[in-house]
Design a protein around this ligand. Structure first.
Ligand SMILES: C[S@@+](CC[C@H](N)C(=O)[O-])C[C@H]1O[C@@H](n2cnc3c(N)ncnc32)[C@H](O)[C@@H]1O
Length: 285
């Protein structure tokens, strides 16, 4: 993902789901004085700085917001300059994480990011490693979305078949009981899982234009196309969408435009690292 300007304007779906999760589950975080906090996949920084941080007790020591995309980080750094907040480049699925982050964070949050990560086991091992003993995590990310089915259907058309979509589909999409898979993965790593559930969410896009821009902000294929091809791709995308049960083109809005309701499933994940466990990193590799 590398379109921070577009994402910052067209991410109401993500923000609505994230806010729902924060309101219901932020009280699972056990705050103390001088907590160190990590946000994995901060993107344009908007949700971290304008929604998450104001809800935290303000006596935290520092807040590290990380992302794999330099473009996202540059955008966030330019927009938000705050003394206790640092934006850092980090691939959560990387082979190595910085040594100074090991056993370091009392709370790790992540919003709408983990579905982008192929190396789930490695990423959650890294998260476990970075968590201080007794620390907790609160994550939400996509499990199932009809948008993934549309990506897949589009790639079956000869016209677009050279653009592989496999690496952009949530690893949990269309699995039977994905929440059980995720819970088992975390338990194997050593987490104590408090909540691991799927929630069905729906979002109403107020116009086709907003829907298209929201998709374009995150669609990795559109980002690879020549500008001349985008319109044709989008037309095909909208055509595929019409067959989906969980994308409903609804009645008209006040301007006489169509509205689009999209239904998807998110994970809500709350887990802790046991108090007596420093990461025995050798066992994890
Ligand atoms: C949909 S945005 C979410 C941004 C923000 N958390 C929010 O909820 O609005 C997903 C972010 O995850 C980042 N991302 C994807 N893969 C990642 C990885 N392996 N490590 C760290 N960040 C990653 C992307 O660059 C992108 O900025």
């Amino acid at each position: 993902m590398n379109r921070p300007q577009l994402y910052s304007k067209y991410s109401d779906l993500q923000k609505t789901d994230n806010t729902y999760v924060l309101e219901k589950f932020l009280d699972t975080s056990r705050f103390k004085d001088e907590d160190r906090i990590l946000d994995v996949g901060c993107g344009d920084g908007n949700f971290s700085v304008e929604c998450l941080i104001p809800k935290l007790p303000q006596n935290f020591k520092n807040f590290v917001a990380c992302d794999v995309s330099e473009k996202m980080l540059d955008f966030a750094r330019t927009k938000y300059f705050l003394p206790k907040i640092k934006f850092v480049a980090l691939d959560i699925g990387a082979e190595e994480i910085p040594e100074e982050f090991e056993n370091s964070f009392n709370h790790i949050y992540s919003f709408y990011t983990m579905h982008w990560v192929r190396r789930q086991r490695k990423a959650f091992k890294n998260i476990y490693k970075m968590l201080a003993p007794g620390g907790d995590i609160l994550f939400t990310f996509l499990a199932n979305s009809s948008l993934y089915d549309i990506y897949q259907n589009m790639s079956k058309h000869e016209r677009w078949s050279q653009h592989s979509v496999k690496e952009y589909i949530s690893p949990y999409h269309n699995l039977k009981h994905p929440e059980k898979r995720l819970e088992k993965l975390l338990q194997d790593i050593g987490f104590e899982v408090k909540v691991c559930k799927l929630v069905t969410r729906s979002f109403l896009f107020p116009s086709m234009e907003i829907f298209k821009n929201t998709i374009t902000a995150v669609n990795p294929i559109v980002q690879k196309l020549h500008p001349d091809e985008v319109e044709e791709y989008n037309a095909g995308f909208l055509n595929e969408m019409k067959g989906m049960k969980s994308v409903i083109i609804e009645n008209v809005n006040n301007n006489g435009e169509k509205t689009i309701r999209e239904i998807h499933q998110i994970f809500i994940l709350v887990a802790t690292k046991p108090q007596n466990k420093k990461s025995d990193t050798s066992k994890l590799e």
